[in-house]
Write a protein that binds this ligand. Structure first.
Ligand SMILES: Cc1cc2nc3c(=O)[nH]c(=O)nc-3n(C[C@H](O)[C@H](O)[C@H](O)COP(=O)(O)OP(=O)(O)OC[C@H]3O[C@@H](n4cnc5c(N)ncnc54)[C@H](O)[C@@H]3O)c2cc1C
Length: 460
């Protein structure tokens, strides 16, 4: 079977891009250089055409790479030269907002921010939010089981999905668009596809939970003397601020580094040797003004008890954005060969890990820059590491990865908290998963994709 001839008969020239007509964005991962172009890019706008596209690729034995907004940071959507990219951007839109059941049924290619805006008009909010909201798509968020800034309140993507529709690698459509909270009729098949990174099937539609819309959040930045106090503050915040949305921690080195590299951003607390906690909370009932006055009392008590050393509350949205910019603005482009790690550990082990990891790195590479920060409340640590060398040294970078992931394995953590395994972390999966677990994953893959053509080289 001739793949391109069959696809050309099915799809319009605008739906099937080939050769020089393929724009670089389909083979340029986020913040990286372009890869080799794929064989073709299919971007159908109907379910029927998506089903036929997968069936044709299956019969032609062509590797298929599902692609959403291409914002994933683990290389999961990276094409190979012989592959067919199935880009979901034209299969987009909101099909239904069920205001009684508080659900939205949405096509996989819809960007997150579009869904957020549509449900806000109906008085709802989504349980998921992250920095790539304008580009990442619902299908990609589900395929990676994304976490984001609100996970301590609403959980991760897996907790948001009630129903799912997927096309299996051979073109079989499995529609399971459940809209009910309780449904125990047999195995919950959707769970297999959530977080499968496009290796088991193509996600086409989903039913997502909605929550009551929130008033404007209150955002503040706190200075905390040491790691023990950060953990104690986390416990206190959960007790005293039930509307907590985010609890983001910046280690002293991170905040000091950012303040030295972002001259145009105000840093309201001095970059002394202390941790900084970015705390945000919002209520569906109380306005920001009401919350703010309660927060002032709470912060006063925390200052008095020594739990925190200093605090600043954003007085408007611009100031809140500036505080978030400190946390999110790690400058990828002016740090030589920055490696970004996204790991998880039990909360009490996070700072001990940071200390052990930093000291082991410094032993071998004395000029290393190590920048820890993360969503501490959901046990998620991000670590930016640069060897700070003029010429990037690939062997040394691989040695850094091995050191970090081995230590994570030894301390009982996971090498991927939210970005997935993709292609970049595949070699390290054994640090987080036992052999029987990996074998079970391989058996599921074999069952659903016996010819191994669905996103080959990703995860397993
Ligand atoms: C600035 C920035 C901030 C970020 N913040 C966070 C964060 O806080 N938390 C977090 O978890 N992630 C974060 N990410 C990572 C990224 O945005 C998420 O992983 C997102 O879920 C990827 O969605 P996407 O549509 O871009 O998917 P892509 O990057 O296109 O694909 C990711 C994976 O999903 C698969 N896939 C995509 N669409 C489908 C589909 N329809 N069916 C089956 N498989 C599919 C791909 O094959 C690939 O394996 C961030 C990224 C950036 C750039």
């Amino acid at each position: 079977m001739n793949l391109l001839a069959e696809l050309s008969a099915l799809l319009t020239p605008n739906e099937l891009l080939q050769g020089k007509d393929i724009p670089e964005r389909y083979y340029t991962p986020y913040a990286e250089s372009p890869l080799a172009a794929p064989l073709a890019v299919a971007r159908p706008d109907t379910l029927e055409k998506l089903v036929s596209t997968l069936a044709i690729a299956h019969q032609s034995a062509c590797p298929v790479i599902p692609q959403g907004g291409f914002t994933g940071l683990a290389g999961g959507a990276n094409p190979s030269p012989n592959s067919l990219v199935v880009a979901m951007e034209r299969y987009c839109g909101i099909e239904e907002i069920d205001t009684a059941g508080a659900t939205v049924t949405v096509r996989a290619g819809t960007p997150l921010s579009i869904v957020q805006a549509a449900v806000a008009e109906q008085g709802f909010t989504l349980g998921i939010d992250l920095g790539a909201r304008d580009s990442c798509q619902i299908g990609g968020l589900i395929a990676t089981n994304a976490g984001g800034n609100r996970a301590i309140r609403y959980g991760v993507m897996r907790d948001q999905v009630l129903g799912l529709e997927v096309i299996l690698p051979d073109g079989t459509l499995v529609s399971s668009l459940n809209r009910m909270l309780k449904n125990n009729a047999g195995l919950d098949i959707k769970q297999l596809f959530i977080g499968s990174e496009g290796t088991l099937g193509l996600i086409t539609r989903a039913v997502i939970k909605l929550y009551p819309a929130l008033h404007t959040p209150v955002t503040c930045l706190l200075s905390v003397a040491n790691a023990e106090n950060v953990t104690a503050l986390w416990r206190a915040a959960r007790t005293h601020l039930p509307d907590l949305l985010s609890f983001e921690v910046m280690w002293p080195d991170f905040y000091q580094f950012m303040s030295s590299r972002m001259p145009d951003t105000p840093f309201p607390l001095p970059a002394e040797d202390s941790f900084k906690v970015l705390l945000e909370y919002a209520s569906p009932i109380q306005t920001a003004e009401d919350l703010q006055s309660a927060l002032t009392d709470t912060l006063g008590a925390w200052l008095e008890s020594g739990l925190i050393n200093d605090a600043t509350i954003a007085s408007n949205l611009d100031q809140a954005r500036q505080l978030w910019h400190i946390r999110e603005g790690l400058p990828m482009d002016n740090l030589p060969a920055l490696l970004n790690f996204d790991v998880s550990l039990p909360i009490a082990d996070i700072d001990p890990f940071v200390q052990r990891c930093t000291s082991q790195l410094l032993n071998t590479w004395p000029s290393v820059i190590c920048l820890p920060f993360g969503h501490l409340g959901d046990s998620n640590l991000h670590l930016g590491i640069s060897l700070n060398q003029e010429t990037p040294n690939e062997a040394a970078q691989m040695a850094v990865c091995e050191l970090v992931y081995r230590l994570i394995g030894e301390m009982g953590g996971t090498i991927s908290a939210e970005h997935g395994i993709g292609r970049y972390k595949k070699a390290y999966l054994h640090h987080s998963r036992h052999a029987p677990e990996i074998s079970l994953m391989q058996q599921f893959k074999q069952l659903l994709d016996p010819s191994g053509r669905m996103n080959p080289g990703c995860v397993l």
